[in-house]
Design a protein around this ligand. Structure first.
Ligand code: GLC
Length: 808
């Protein structure tokens, strides 16, 4: 079943049936002021931190689903009927109520039509601002005048800390009050306590005391208001039928020792054809600041200007890489949604969604370093800034801090070995993989930007000392080399990429072995470029020794195993009853540059036979049921779910990429199509989550809900799949010396084109495939001249370039 469509021209996803099988969300704002909003206006907002700066409530995982949110109710005073500007929460019968929701780049627009009244609501956070705007236009399409009451509504948290707000009611119920002051509800928390104002959460204060929020309106006079949620909603009622709306009048009641809300009632009379436009504003400010913000919207055209500003800000980023292939579902993802999701994961990490409730209060090392890769081709300098931060969160022993706090202080942080760090972050152990992610990310930055000087930039370590980027990389290798196991491969520590695999201080991880193999290759490449022969030699020797060990201990003739436990059990061995074939070691044997071509093909064919499904490849099979803790922690999950043999989404990117490295474009494309959210647009009842973004995992074949997706938006899938599409299938591969073009496509494609910016140069690339090959470049023309090979040398690029690639 289908609930909407892609509007590529406007870079929007348009939901035409509002009763989607899950709330389909979008992100607004920035880390300074963040907001998440569903197609039914459910969602929440926060200042700086979803955990400590929560402004409005959202009840996670609740029934009725997806409540509350940013609600606008409309009541017809003559008919005594009411509805909402988003389909929910009132939820009028869809035979009478029409709606359309457009999720765009950092804004969401909703239209409704009900009994002759049309509404058009726009939600956004203006660029570089720390409050949100809801612009409402109401139009009377009827032939007679209509008397309407409009109610804007938010439910405030009583405590900026989300957990306290939810559970510590004997305290939080007694600290919050509301006030009505000319067109706005103000909420105060701890209003007499000067220490609370401002503070770490960044919530603004009024005269230096307490925490203050406002919900106000511009463009109309408020007739009545409520500041007490329980009065507005009424006893034994819900958001579908709040008492104040149903009765047609807010009660002018303010909160004292209950739950604060902002409800503003505006009565209007509209002649036939007339439109009324008003703007609701919400933020964490006291009255003086709020007045100023409201003042900015006296001229309502400001809204259109701000919207245009947002669009051009986002579109100009996305426009740096655009493709036109024969597959529109592919194009939508590369051009808009996968790219936008990469920015969203880059910005929000795993902090705030409808599943991440805000308590992951920092940047996970591996997640963040990987997320950086997703935006590399679009904004390399932003990528560099974050990469520098992550290098500064590398401990001087070479390992990564498992969690990088939002207020990370390079040079002054504890390590997982320090009780304070462990207590504060909840992470008392190193992961084996964390710092090794720096290699694929750093090399991508160097090759994308051409900023070779970065290698020598000096960056502090998280605990003490400093070193060049080059030195940071060397220490990351050293961290692994200092922790090798019995077979000469890195030990698994608390986790490798797989959070549910605990191989400990003695068991070994093949995943990390391949990561290290890749790292040594990257390091050697950088050392060679620096003409540092001693380091080239160092890396070469380590790489050769590691390679020998992998070949000797980890290859079983048709597959690579996954690891060794400390008591000698081989995880992922063909002899095992459970989990006898794993996806990641096969794909990483190729990504790392280790596998011989024959080995690679054999292993990948086995993956195709045994792990692939119509919705992507499972992480391994069969799932764990008997072998479990303490090593295989995934046994905690139901079979073929998440890390226990689910179709984990992030590794699908590695799978696609690995197939392109083998030159098998048909298979790479098939794997992508299986997990392409857009390709599931007409099977939304199976996938459930948004058809425009990847989720963390999909349920595998043993589940009665095979194909159902989970944990929307914030997942490393965005970056791995983006890389596999851009570098792998489209074959646009930056090198130190220029841009290599080496597409690996389905043989059915006879041509496609791309626009790419590279080191500030613009390239229009046309690829022709008359012989229907999957890979191979016969000829490349750059600005009318034939090149030798398929590398566009940096020094031959002009400002604007026309490139023709002939495959064959
Ligand atoms: C989650 C975590 C990520 C981990 C993956 C596999 O997505 O955020 O860090 O690599 O699970 O366990």
């Amino acid at each position: 079943m289908k609930y909407g469509y892609f509007d590529g021209d406007n870079k929007e996803y348009v939901i035409t049936k509002p009763n989607t099988p899950a709330p389909w969300a979008n992100y607004l704002g920035s880390p300074e002021y963040g907001a998440i909003i569903s197609n039914n206006a459910g969602g929440y907002s926060f200042v700086k931190s979803g955990a400590n700066g929560r402004i409005i409530r959202y009840r996670f995982n609740s029934t009725p689903a997806d409540q509350p949110g940013r609600y606008i109710y409309i009541r017809d005073r003559e008919m005594a009927d009411y509805w909402s500007a988003s389909w929910q929460p009132v939820g009028k019968d869809l035979s009478e109520y029409e709606s359309e929701c457009r999720h765009g780049t950092a804004y969401t627009a909703m239209k409704s039509k009900y009994k002759g009244i049309e509404t058009d609501t726009l939600y956004y956070v203006p660029l570089d601002k720390t409050y949100e705007v809801w612009r409402l236009k109401v139009t009377n399409q009827d032939e007679r005048p209509r008397k309407l009451s409009l109610f804007g509504y938010v439910e405030f948290t009583n405590d900026a800390n989300y957990e306290q707000d939810t559970v510590n009611l004997q305290y939080t119920q007694f600290i919050s009050k509301t006030y009505f002051r000319e067109n706005m509800i103000l909420q105060a928390i701890n209003e007499h306590v000067s220490e609370v104002g401002g503070g770490a959460s960044g919530l603004s204060d009024e005269a230096g005391e307490g925490i203050w929020r406002f919900f106000g309106v511009q463009g109309a006079e408020v007739n009545r208001y409520d500041g007490d949620r329980d009065i507005f909603v009424g006893d034994y009622r819900g958001y579908q039928n709040p008492a104040s709306v149903e009765q047609g009048a807010c009660t002018n009641t303010l909160n004292y020792n209950g739950n604060s809300c902002g409800a503003l009632q505006i009565d209007v009379e509209l002649a036939p054809g007339e439109t009324k436009e008003i703007v609701f504003l919400l933020g964490a400010y006291g009255e003086a600041d709020a007045r100023q913000i409201l003042g900015r919207y006296e001229t309502l055209t400001v809204v259109e200007e701000e919207l245009q500003e947002l669009k051009s800000y986002w579109h100009s980023k996305l426009d740096r890489f655009q493709v036109q292939t024969p597959d529109d579902n592919f194009n939508q993802m590369v051009n808009v949604w996968n790219a936008y999701q990469c920015f969203i994961t880059f910005i929000w990490s795993r902090a705030a969604s409808f599943q991440y409730c805000g308590l992951r209060n920092g940047l996970g090392y591996r997640d963040t370093v990987q997320d950086i890769q997703g935006i590399m081709h679009l904004e390399p300098e932003l990528a560099r800034e974050r990469l520098t931060l992550m290098l500064s969160a590398q401990v001087s022993n070479g390992g990564g801090l498992p969690l990088v706090k939002f207020d990370h202080r390079p040079g002054h942080e504890g390590t997982p070995d320090d009780p304070d760090y462990a207590r504060e972050t909840g992470h008392p152990f190193y992961r084996a993989d964390d710092a090794l992610w720096l290699f694929p990310t750093t090399i991508r930055y160097l090759k994308e930007s051409g900023n070779w000087a970065y290698v020598d930039e000096v960056i502090p370590f998280s605990d003490q000392g400093e070193g060049t980027v080059y030195e940071h990389l060397r220490r990351a290798i050293q961290f692994s080399i200092d922790r090798l196991g019995e077979h000469g491969m890195p030990v698994g520590l608390h986790a490798d990429w797989n959070d549910a695999l605990r191989l400990g201080a003695h068991g070994e991880s093949l995943f990390v072995a391949f990561q290290l193999y890749l790292a040594l290759g990257v390091y050697k490449e950088i050392a060679a470029h620096k003409q540092d022969d001693a380091q080239v030699h160092w890396a070469e020797q380590l790489r050769a020794a590691l390679g020998d060990n992998i070949q000797k201990h980890a290859w079983e003739g048709d597959r690579f195993v996954r690891g060794f436990t400390e008591d000698g059990y081989v995880v992922g061995s063909r002899e095992n009853e459970e989990a006898s074939l794993w996806l990641n070691p096969q794909t990483w044997s190729i990504l790392s540059g280790f596998a011989e071509p024959e080995q690679a093909r054999t292993a990948m064919d086995l993956v195709y036979e045994q792990l692939n499904t119509e919705y992507g490849a499972m992480l391994f099979y069969p799932p764990f049921k008997k072998f479990g803790l303490p090593v295989a922690r995934m046994a905690l999950f139901n079979g073929t779910t998440k890390e226990n043999a689910g179709i984990f989404s992030q590794p699908q990117g590695w799978l696609i990429q690995a197939e392109t490295m083998l030159g098998r474009g048909n298979r790479a494309y098939q794997y992508f199509t299986e997990i392409n959210p857009a390709a599931m647009n007409d099977k939304a009842e199976i996938r459930k989550i948004e058809p425009y973004v990847h989720g963390q995992s999909i349920e595998g074949i043993d589940s009665p809900f095979f194909g159902r997706g989970h944990v929307h938006w914030l997942t490393g899938t965005a970056s791995t799949v983006m890389v596999s599409l851009a570098e792998g299938i489209m074959g646009v591969q930056p090198t130190f010396d220029g841009l290599r073009l080496d597409p690996c496509i389905p043989s059915t494609w006879s041509e496609f084109s791309m626009y790419r910016e590279f080191r500030s140069k613009r390239l229009r690339i046309k690829v022709e495939n008359p012989n229907h090959v999957e890979k191979g470049v016969a000829k490349v023309m750059l600005n009318g001249e034939e090149l030798e090979g398929n590398l566009l040398p940096d020094d031959r690029l002009r400002e604007n370039n026309d490139v023709l690639v002939l495959m064959g």
